[in-house]
Write a protein that binds this ligand. Structure first.
Ligand code: FUB
Ligand code: ZN
Length: 628
């Protein structure tokens, strides 16, 4: 079966937990970012009227691309004239900034046109192009408007003429992966194979000897022009091929190393290509890298990256808490990679991790009111960590906006069975929503209601127009946190087959059919691998998809003096008032007068600044224990 994310035009999210967060993107985040683009200088750089001191930031165009993608995702769910007009204004600017040969990059055009394509390692040139491509594809898919698509295709054609294995072409790739996965999207949208070929070239070429980045340095006769795009050149990183995942060809890589966001975007493209080309050698390398990174280098929250120095990975089991980097973008990248892997291997385990990252490391990246952001997401704080409304390097806020508004494409993937072409709907996440699809001349709407993340209850209702009944296959992910999975219709249990961690129901459905899904869960204590020093003698509390944290506001502190009692139960209290909406809190009695109170990790840092801990010491050693 080949599956693809459900088109956003066919999905509506209608969920007590997620809908307010997605509305917040439309009402708070997108206007806030657009205002920043005006005041910080993005728009001035694009319009060619740059008159400020210094130069525009080297990857501002990527923020614009992500913003267009997020706004387009909003448009995919319904018309919004004001938002559409704002996108069109950005498209006008991009059109005006495009050079006669197709080149499009506000930094180079404004500041150093003669240096274009001379410092791929550091300049983020193709990274910016990638985000513009993703924005253009999302806009075309949401609205059918293709002006931006035409602009980026002209640019991609220039890139395709410039880069490649032939005489006179640059046999290289970008220091920050992104264009690879974007080109795959462009190929899927247009059906034009040259885009897939270019993506394959960039992926296969990375890590080949002699090293392109070394040759580039030699040709320049000196260090990079841009110092990784950051103030203060990190010279030692610039020569470290692992930082760029260019130390070896992908099929020879055995560990995920270096800068975490680059790695995630790269591997997302690797999974895309493995799927598009049915390339088993690529799929095998991809699988091994997934296995090693998720079992050795990932935080319990789904965060990735242990060090601020390289914004990335260090060594196996090195997962410090106070200094964890866990950049919001890296967790987003993990979700992107997992989604592709789930379609590649048809295995539910990928979404167990995507869900963990989404509800925890990703969601903590934005404040309850949608206006402040964490760039890095530590697992412990001494009280000094607070969110900011913007950053000099503002990759995370627009990344959050595009991910949250594309949730529908993660909830469902759609495809057809190889054997008989029957429609196959995979439900990866139990998020309240509806999916519309057409099959055999009938219009079908699948309505999903869900009590997640607070309770393990959901239901499906099938609406069919144009046929009395229709056969299709429903593949429902069985979450790793579920104690069991029951599906019933009224009082009658519904039989299902278990395959790849999915409950599979294939049968004729009729209009009005209903299925109830019960996936009960309890709060439980998780221990880290014993080799994780920072979590030794500690537990994390997890309930369903949510990781919990203790904050000083609710507890006696210092928090390291508050051990989790192994003998008294953790009680769940539903609907407690919190700035991030009603939440289920967990409590345990420490003694007659003191209670340990835990909140979902995503909600931390929304009240008075104070200490926070995910990994808590235990009072006695004991094995994991479950309560409600
Ligand atoms: O370099 C572009 C983006 O800025 C990276 O993905 C983030 O880690 C931040 O460095
Ligand atoms: Zn970021």
């Amino acid at each position: 079966m080949s599956a693809r994310p459900a088109p956003l035009t066919q999905v509506r999210i209608d969920d007590a937990f997620w809908t307010p967060r997605i509305q917040q993107v439309r009402e708070v985040m997108l206007p806030h970012m657009l205002a920043q683009f005006g005041s910080v200088g993005h728009l001035e750089a694009l319009s060619g009227t740059w008159s400020r001191k210094g130069s525009p930031h080297i990857f501002w165009d990527s923020d614009i691309g992500k913003w267009i993608e997020a706004a387009s995702n909003v448009l995919a769910t319904g018309p919004d004239a004001a938002l559409a007009a704002q996108i069109e204004e950005l498209v006008d600017l991009l059109e005006g900034a495009q050079q006669p040969d197709g080149y499009l990059n506000s930094f180079f055009t404004t500041t150093a046109p003669e240096l274009r394509f001379t410092d791929l390692r550091d300049s983020h040139e193709l990274y910016c192009a990638g985000h513009l491509i993703e924005g253009a594809v999302a806009y075309a898919q949401a609205t059918g408007r293709e002006r931006l698509l035409g602009i980026v295709i002209r640019y991609v054609d220039l890139i395709g003429r410039t880069f490649g294995p032939d005489e006179g072409q640059i046999r290289g790739y970008d220091g920050h992966q992104e264009i690879e996965l974007a080109l795959v999207k462009l190929w899927r949208h247009t059906g034009e194979h040259r885009f897939l070929d270019l993506a394959r070239f960039f992926v296969d070429e990375r890590g080949a000897e002699p090293s392109f980045f070394d040759l580039e340095v030699a040709a320049r006769g000196g260090p990079g022009h841009f110092g990784l795009g950051f103030p203060g050149t990190k010279t030692e990183l610039e020569t470290n091929h692992e930082y760029f995942q260019s130390h070896a060809p992908i099929r020879q890589q055995t560990a995920v190393v270096g800068h975490a966001v680059r790695a995630m975007y790269f591997l997302s493209a690797v999974a895309d290509l493995a799927l598009a080309d049915r390339d088993e050698s690529l799929a095998a390398a991809n699988r091994e890298l997934w296995e090693t990174v998720t079992s050795r280098r990932m935080y319990v929250t789904g965060g990735l990256g242990s060090s601020a120095e390289n914004e990335g990975f260090t060594s196996d089991f090195d997962l410090p808490n106070l200094t964890s980097y866990a950049e919001t973008c890296a967790a987003i990248g993990l979700v992107l990679w997992a989604e592709r892997n789930a379609r590649l291997d048809l295995d539910s385990g990928y979404f167990d991790i995507a869900e963990r990252a989404l509800y925890n490391a990703v969601l903590a990246g934005v404040s309850a009111d949608g206006s402040d952001f964490f760039y890095d997401n530590p697992l412990a704080s001494d009280g000094s960590r607070v969110r900011s409304s913007w950053f000099g390097v503002a990759c995370c806020p627009p990344n959050l906006a595009r991910l949250l508004t594309s949730l529908g494409g993660f909830v469902y993937s759609v495809g057809n069975a190889d054997t008989d072409g029957v429609e196959v709907i995979t439900v990866n996440l139990l998020v309240g929503s509806s999916l519309r699809f057409e099959s055999g001349g009938a219009n079908v709407e699948l309505r999903l209601r869900s009590e997640l993340p607070w309770e393990g209850l959901a239901s499906f209702e099938v609406r069919i127009e144009g046929a009395d009944a229709l056969e299709f296959e429903l593949r429902l992910r069985v979450p790793d946190w579920a104690d069991e999975l029951q599906i019933s219709a009224g009082a009658a249990p519904v039989p299902f087959e278990l395959r790849g961690g999915h409950a599979i129901i294939r049968r004729p459905f009729s209009d009005g059919d209903r299925l109830e899904v019960h996936v009960p869960f309890a709060a439980r204590l998780e221990r880290a691998d014993p080799r994780v020093e920072a979590a030794a003698g500690r537990v994390a509390i997890v309930r369903g998809p949510l990781v919990y944290a203790a904050e000083a506001t609710d507890n006696v502190h210092p928090l390291d003096d508050v051990p989790v009692p192994m003998t008294s139960p953790l009680e769940a209290h539903d609907g407690r008032v919190h700035p991030s909406g009603p939440v289920t809190i967990l409590t345990a009695d420490l003694d007659a007068d003191t209670t340990l109170t835990l909140l979902p990790y995503f909600s931390w840092g929304n009240r008075a600044p104070g200490e926070m801990r995910v990994w808590l010491p235990v009072s006695t050693s004991s094995s994991a224990r479950r309560t409600r």
